[in-house]
Design a protein around this ligand. Structure first.
Ligand code: CS2
Ligand code: MG
Length: 411
């Protein structure tokens, strides 16, 4: 029998935070592919979709047929899409690309058309309780070579503001209540008006103290109404952000028209999208400047390269999602794609802990403010199954946000 898939292993592990890794085994001894199917806070839903529904469909199939397998898993469900299924699909997709690269003896950037650039401009995060603390963090990042930094500051009265290292985030969701059971961390006392007053002052401070050279970014994390987002984007204009990220929820994509008319602050959007279809109007109507889907939640490289190709003639550049809650295989895929496409913009990055690198070695290398792709065949990432077993899964939830009156707000 010709080359075929023999087994799909789903590896759930918590080397500091939870990851779901996929290992697609083939009939050729020693030939397998690795992927990442981590969906922060709902990991087991994806693991179960993979084990119970996806794996049985793949055994016996030719691993070379990536597009056909993608179509099978996307169209063949009838109830298609959504974060759980698209994350499962991404895990398989990356593993199949990894196998193809290994068979060809080529790194993925080579298979994807070859390098258009040597490395991918990267940004890191800086955050603090006050402006000075954020400034110091940006300086530290610049000392490490970063030319672009995302900055977040605590909003007075809001306990553990998003992006400022609230306990819930630091633990990647696993936030035990006093009785030891994992419960969501509550960011309490959110007040959008206070946030809208605080953030422009942060950027005024940063430009006054750091000058104009460093690129600054900010993530709204989908917390604003359209008119509030207009206010923020126009108030930030004097500080020339590289981009303002996710000002609105994906459900409100029509409201980007309003936002676009009110300011020249560049806009990035997309980490919550799960397919190219949600990207379409934002791209074709040029309502955003950067598309930042998560390769791990849109069905992998197969979908991402199509999104990049759609975006290119509309002068929309890429900024793929790259937080710590997606694993090294997705980060590696980001950078292979970044280095192959013409319309790359910037790459969000994470420094993985020693434990994550032990379980899943091969994350892209950081040097001089940029990420460098591996030249090993395939993704360049591996999974140590024995090490993974030493870090068992811990249930955890993403934080939630409540306003001062106790009602729920978008996190
Ligand atoms: C964030 C993410 O990196 C980002 O831009 O929006 O860290 C996001 O909060 C997490 O991926 C949620 O799991
Ligand atoms: Mg974000």
């Amino acid at each position: 029998m010709s080359l075929h898939i023999t087994e799909v292993r789903v590896i759930v592990t918590c080397p500091g935070r939870n990851y779901v890794f996929v290992k697609v085994m083939t009939s050729e001894p020693g030939l397998y592919g690795v992927g990442d199917a981590t969906l922060n806070g709902r990991e087991l839903a994806v693991a179960s979709a993979l084990r119970e529904h996806v794996a049985p469909l793949l055994v016996g199939r030719d691993p070379d047929r990536i597009e056909d397998t993608w179509q099978l898993l996307f169209r063949g469900t009838y109830w298609r899409g959504g974060p759980v299924l698209q994350t499962a699909l991404a895990g398989v997709d990356l593993a199949l690309w990894d196998i193809k690269g290994k068979r060809a003896g080529m790194p993925l950037h080579s298979l994807l058309g070859g390098k258009t650039r040597e490395c991918a401009l990267a940004y890191t995060h800086a955050a603090g309780r006050d402006f000075k603390e954020v400034e110091d963090q940006v300086r530290r990042a610049m000392e490490r070579g970063f030319r672009a930094v995302r900055t977040q500051v605590a909003v007075p009265g809001s306990i553990g503001t998003y992006g400022t290292g609230g306990a819930g985030e630091a633990a990647s969701a696993a936030w035990p209540s006093p009785d030891g059971e994992a419960m969501p961390f509550v960011e309490a006392g959110w007040d959008s008006s206070r946030y809208l007053r605080t953030v422009p002052r942060l950027f005024e401070h940063l430009r006054n103290t750091l000058g104009d050279e460093v690129e600054l970014l900010h993530d709204v994390h989908e917390r604003l109404s359209p008119i509030e987002a207009c206010r923020l984007a126009s108030d930030l204009e004097p500080y020339r952000l590289f981009f303002l990220e996710d000002p609105l929820r994906p459900e409100h994509s029509d409201s980007f028209r309003v936002l676009r008319r009110s300011s020249t602050t560049p806009i990035a959007m997309g980490e919550l999208f799960t397919s190219k279809y949600e990207c379409l109007p934002l791209i074709t109507d040029q309502l955003i400047d950067y598309i930042r889907c998560d390769l791990g939640h849109i069905g992998g490289l197969t979908e991402a390269r199509k999104i990049a190709a759609i975006a290119d003639p509309f002068q929309v550049r890429t900024a793929w999602h790259g937080p710590g809650d997606i694993g090294p295989p997705t980060h590696a895929a980001n950078v292979h794609l970044d280095c192959a496409i013409p319309n790359f913009g910037i790459q969000e990055m994470t420094f993985f802990s020693a434990a994550v690198n032990e379980v899943c070695p091969g994350a892209p290398t950081y040097r001089d403010g940029a990420l460098w792709p591996s030249d090993a065949p395939g993704l360049g990432v591996d999974i140590d199954e024995e090490a993974a077993v030493r870090f068992p899964y811990k249930r955890g939830y993403l934080p939630i946000v409540r306003k001062a009156d106790g009602s729920l707000h978008d996190w």
